[in-house]
Design a protein. Structure first.
Length: 94
């Protein structure tokens, strides 16, 4: 199992330095900043509004201050966890 904190979609967290809750809607999103592609551990949206202007908030596991709610865990998520490390190693982005 990975040392990363892997939370299912639908989990609600609070990142360091913020009081606003975020709901996780994406695992390992790829994004571009200053012409360089890379990935984060999670993409989230603010609550209670959700997605605004097609903008996700990107963050990594170390940014999580508190887990407020753990999303739905089923067999498919458990399979995702089993394959997580292998899939992460295949990502070639910085």
């Amino acid at each position: 199992m990975s040392n990363r904190t892997v939370l299912p979609i639908g989990s609600v967290i609070r990142v360091k330095g913020s009081t606003e809750p975020l709901m996780i809607v994406n695992q390992c999103p790829v994004t571009e900043k200053d012409g360089v592609q890379g990935y984060f551990d999670f993409g989230g949206v603010t609550l209670p509004v959700g997605l605004i202007d097609q903008r996700l908030i990107f963050f990594n596991k170390e940014d999580i201050e508190e887990v407020l709610f753990v999303g739905y865990i089923d067999r498919r998520f458990q399979d995702f966890l089993i394959q997580y490390d292998e899939n992460i190693e295949k990502i070639t982005y910085p």
